[in-house]
Ligand binder design. Structure first.
Ligand SMILES: NC(=O)c1ccc[n+]([C@@H]2O[C@H](COP(=O)([O-])OP(=O)(O)OC[C@H]3O[C@@H](n4cnc5c(N)ncnc54)[C@H](O)[C@@H]3O)[C@@H](O)[C@H]2O)c1
Length: 507
């Protein structure tokens, strides 16, 4: 099954933000494009807006004048749905309401030819439920573009329960022919990206709700230590708290209120207070004085005490790279084999351990440090200590990371810290999604890198961290919060267990 022929007309119904973007993509690829919108005059205005965008591409020399003229000639607003009769593909981008979409497709089915592919750009409704309104749901598919559609390459091609393989394949190949990077996924709440990205927001909000740290500090740690492009607070201010919360809410509801997707009370309060983010001038941060002008500085510790030496007990796992960095900083490292320990012992006698789902208060004198995407390149590290941690140990832990050139943020005694718990949950949801047939590992990695700009796909990250790492951390978190929110999935358990068996150990 191949992509649609470029001579085949494509219709876009609903010509708001997404419809315009999708129409531009199909148009620039070479199709004749028809635009229809229920609001009078809107399709015409959308056509003008698209041509104005093409003009800007010509100014930037990313499109030739001749190509712009040809595209303009291929673009036509439609007066009624009846004008779409000749189209080979209709992409719907109307209001996000099941009844509105079902009604539209029922009407379209009586207008277009039998071979016409019907697609929805819904981001949160069930593709199966929309298609359920059709006499022939086999030709109905989800084509989930990301905003802005002309710029973002990812398209989730969603197969509903009744979608024919041939229709899904044709939609997939067509998206690819349009220069996009399609990924195939089953029709599940949130598809790939909006499902697997939930913990990125939820865990940041949870650390904040637990009084672990303020938004600016959590954001700085996610960026400068975790390698994420933006922190969860600044990103949701950009997306809109109402929009982000409604996606979370819809995924949670659609999973029958699965506790792993529980929305955040702190975000609810923000939405209730009308602090929706940049668009209202206030969100987690204050934008009254311009973009991000009122953003507070992250917590950054005063200079600590550089330890002269450390003892490394056991294998530091994902943080092993630290030993080389510590040596390069002129600090002596003595390595000792330890069956149980995976810690650095400081001159104070206190210990420094990678966040593992336990809390500092459970041990005599421990400081936890957070997971970094890359310890060499990280510019900030979070540390957590309890009231039982000695001031000397905290000062030496702080001084150690400062000697490696890092800013240090000391946060509350939060198990799993910030980056570690976030990455572990993303890895878990990704494994769970593959086990449930949502998508392949490769497509999930692609979707998370392109859809939400993660520095690594969950499976690439999982491989780097070691097969047991996420499972062990979540298992520990689950023990401390037995609500089920952190319960590792059976898929992650299997993954960890299989690796142990291969290595000749036991689980
Ligand atoms: N905005 C995003 O970031 C984004 C991203 C991915 C998917 N989506 C999905 O795309 C769809 C459209 O979102 P949007 O942000 O472009 O909305 P929008 O409000 O900008 O545009 C919707 C358009 O649909 C028109 N419309 C409403 N009912 C109609 C009908 N029955 N027939 C024809 N036209 C109708 C409206 O007049 C409006 O022009 C939604 O399903 C949304 O979930 C949005």
């Amino acid at each position: 099954m191949t992509a649609l022929d470029l001579s085949s007309p494509v219709a876009v119904v609903g010509t708001g933000t997404m419809g315009q973007g999708i129409a531009q993509v199909a148009l620039v690829a070479g199709h004749p494009v028809r635009l229809y919108d229920a609001a009078p005059g809107r399709a015409r205005a959308a056509a003008d807006a698209i041509v104005a965008r093409l003009d800007r591409l010509v100014e930037k020399e990313r499109l030739t004048g001749a190509d712009r003229d040809a595209a303009r000639d291929r673009l036509r607003p439609a007066e009624s749905l009846g004008d779409l009769a000749e189209c080979a593909l209709v992409v719907e981008a109307v209001l996000e309401r099941l009844d509105v979409k079902q009604e539209l497709f029922r009407e379209l089915e009586g207008i277009v030819g039998e071979d016409c592919l019907l697609a929805t750009n819904t981001s949160s409704l069930s593709v199966t439920a929309i298609g359920g309104a059709l006499a022939n749901p086999g030709r109905f598919v989800g084509l989930h573009f990301f905003n802005p559609a002309p710029l973002l390459p990812l398209v989730e091609v969603v197969s509903g329960f009744a979608t024919d393989v041939t229709s899904a394949t044709r939609a997939y190949e067509t998206a690819r022919a349009w220069g996009k990077t399609p990924v195939a996924c089953a029709d599940t709440p949130g598809f790939i990206v909006n499902r697997i990205a939930r913990p990125f927001y939820a865990e940041a909000f949870a650390v904040y709700e637990a009084q672990g740290a303020d938004p600016a500090t959590i954001d700085a740690v996610l960026r400068e230590c975790g390698g994420f492009r933006m922190g969860a607070f600044e990103l949701t201010d950009l997306i809109g708290q109402d929009v982000n919360e409604s996606v979370t809410h819809s995924v949670w509801e659609s999973f029958f209120q699965d506790v792993r997707f529980t929305p955040s009370l702190a975000q609810r309060r923000l939405v209730e207070s009308g602090r929706l983010g940049r668009k209202t001038g206030h969100g987690w941060y204050d934008y009254a004085d311009g973009a991000g002008g009122g953003r507070p500085e992250p917590h950054t510790a005063e200079p600590g005490r550089t330890p002269a030496h450390v003892v490394a007990e056991g294998d530091l796992g994902p943080a092993s790279e630290l030993l080389a960095l510590i040596r390069e900083a002129g600090i002596q490292v003595r390595e000792e084999d330890e069956d149980h320990g995976t810690r650095l012992v400081l001159p104070s006698g206190g210990q420094l351990a990678l966040a593992d789902g336990q809390t500092s208060v459970e041990f005599r004198d421990v400081v936890y440090f957070d997971l970094a995407l890359d310890y060499r390149r990280a510019t900030r590290i979070a540390l957590s200590a309890s009231q039982d941690t000695s001031p000397q140990t905290l000062a030496e832990a702080t001084g150690l990371f400062q000697a490696l050139g890092k800013d240090v943020s000391v946060i509350g005694d939060v198990p799993g810290m910030i980056v570690a718990r976030t990455v572990a949950r993303i890895v878990d949801l990704a494994h769970d999604a593959v086990a449930k047939g949502v998508a392949t590992e490769e497509d999930i990695d692609t979707a998370m890198r392109l859809g939400v700009n993660y520095p690594l796909g969950p499976f690439e990250w999982s491989r780097r961290l070691g097969r047991n790492w996420a499972y062990a951390l979540l298992d520990d978190l689950h023990l401390r919060d037995p609500s089920g929110r952190y319960a590792p999935s059976l898929a992650l358990y299997r993954h960890a267990y299989a690796s142990d068996k291969r290595q000749g150990g036991s689980s």
